[in-house]
Design a protein. Structure first.
Lengths: 109, 121
């Protein structure tokens, strides 16, 4: 089955840039989606189709995808960005095609 | 506004059964694929199952295949998850989630608030 690997944690100071990677075999050929989840809440979509933002999501959130790595970038990090972040793809070649990444905890120092 | 409200969670013994429901409103339910996703305590997200907008196609995670059944009633705007032969490792918050675009699988633009399933003797 398709595996998506994320770093367990990323720490960043306020105002700096956080980059969260999502590694998968030839992930650049798939559409990658990113979710933010704060404690006790349901996840929220922050980037879809590699780099598009849903309405209401700040421009500080951006995404890219190439080769074997997709990246979610959070610019000018704020305290409110502290959360878990998950990448997601649909692997149409599999019998169980939906895959979430392992998740990354972003800590704002 | 779009709302997804799960219900049916609770405490069940190993080997038991439970049926979860997800009541949808604020959008044309019959036009969108729907999913169940779960999250064990302190763990990451795990996709459980998908059903196409018309119920004609379903996919399951290996961990639940043969034990769980996803279904929908478009006349009642409701999604279901029938869970049989429950195990301790099925303990989790179960979320229903809606596909963002009609006819396109993923991403999820709306999630319910979740319902807790605890499998314990």
């Amino acid at each position: 089955s398709y595996v998506l690997t994320q770093p367990p944690s990323v720490s960043v100071a306020p105002g700096q840039t956080a980059r969260i990677t999502c590694g998968g075999n030839n992930i650049g050929s798939k559409s990658v989606h990113w979710y933010q989840q704060k404690p006790g809440q349901a996840p929220v979509l922050v980037v879809y189709d590699d780099s598009d933002r849903p309405s209401g999501i700040p421009e500080r959130f951006s995404g890219s995808n190439s080769g074997n790595t997709a990246t979610l970038t959070i610019s000018r990090v704020e305290a409110g960005d502290e959360a878990d972040y998950y990448c997601q793809v649909w692997d149409s070649s599999s019998d169980h095609p939906e895959v979430f990444g392992t998740g990354t905890k972003v800590t704002v120092l | 506004q779009v709302q997804l409200v799960e219900s049916g969670g609770g405490v069940v013994q190993p080997g038991g059964s439970l049926r979860l429901s997800c009541a949808a409103s604020g959008f044309t339910f019959s036009s969108y694929g729907m999913h169940w996703v779960r999250q064990a305590p302190g763990k990451g997200l795990e996709w459980v199952a998908f059903i196409r907008y018309d119920g004609s196609n379903k996919y399951y995670a290996d961990s639940v295949k043969g034990r769980f059944t996803i279904s929908r009633d478009n006349s009642k705007n409701t999604l279901y998850l029938q869970m049989n032969s429950l195990r301790a490792e099925d303990t989790a918050v179960y979320y229903c989630a809606k596909d963002q675009f009609s006819g396109v699988i993923l991403p999820f633009d709306y999630w319910g608030q979740g319902t807790l399933v605890t499998v314990s003797s």
